[in-house]
Design a protein around this ligand. Sequence first.
Ligand code: SAM
Ligand code: DTB
Ligand code: SF4
Length: 324
Amino acid sequence: MPASPTRELVTDLYQRPLLDLVFESASVHRKHNDASQVQCSSLLSIKTGACPEDCGYCSQSAHHNSGLEREKLMDPETVVKNAKIAKDSGADRFCMGAAWREVRDGKDFEAVLEMVAQVKSLGLETCATLGMLKPEQAQRLANAGLDYYNHNLDTSREHYSEVITTRTYDDRLVTLAIARAAGLKLCCGGILGIGESQEDRIGLLLELASQSPPPESVPINVLVPIVGTPMEKAEPLPWEELVRAVSVARILMPTSWVRLSAGRESLTEEAQTLCFLAGANSIFLGDRLLTTPNRTQNSDQALFDKLGLSPIKTVEVLPKELQV
Ligand code: SAM
Ligand code: DTB
Ligand code: SF4
């Protein structure tokens, strides 16, 4: 794949006959990765609701009336308790999400640094999503033991302002560059089913793959419609569009983790199976995402068993004295 793919190339891939596309992406996947292994992350909302941003899909935006209770920052002890449960359930990465527009220096940020350090010392990979960052803050997160920073582009540049008006596409790219410069790995993807066209999905994939290097982790979310948001009645995404997006992501970013993220509740086992075949190799494990339900662990294990998949084991076994 060329370092910077062109729109023609991505369009040509995206619009291939579905089975040809899946055959191609499955081949790329098997060439670069162990296709029997799935990376499992677990999510926790460490600060819920009352977000000043107006993302049209989100339950946590203060601009919508989703009925979500606002909560203040969780204490590090509770976060670590949740991380231990996640680890025992088979997750190897723990992602902490805060509904902030940007990180502010002060006691809440100090508490987040403490959470990162403690979760890391459990032997889990760490990920955080906290909104916009300044370079010193990114560096402090990296020094505390943060592995990944999640910050999505969500959709194409053209469709962005239809979904979010309180920040720009370039704001997102700046934060991604700041996180990267601090040595953090990037978790950056998008959300499908938010009224975008096929051209917008192609545009998103092109933007993601044009970053140099591409994000190490690429979450592909399908809208979970939230009552009270502008997208509560959005047209459901046809399953084959998700499969196409996963396939193209795999071909353009052969070694990235491509995560089947939010929205698996609305997918059949068959659609998920096609996504795994097409090259998805990561999921969120556990019955809760940030504010919405996820598939149960038992149903995921049952599907893994049917497909011959297993959760990847990257969790280090730490010496007893380093365990918290
Ligand atoms: N506040 C942080 C930010 O601005 O990056 C991150 C948290 S936000 C919940 C992370 C991502 O979750 C969003 O970029 C979007 O792709 C996805 N997401 C949020 N609400 C969703 C929903 N209702 N359905 C599917 N995905 C959703
Ligand atoms: C991402 O791309 N998806 C996750 C994670 N990054 C932080 C969040 C999904 C949120 C789904 C809606 C909710 O539970 O509120
Ligand atoms: Fe806030 Fe993130 Fe939700 Fe947007 S997606 S409203 S930034 S929590």
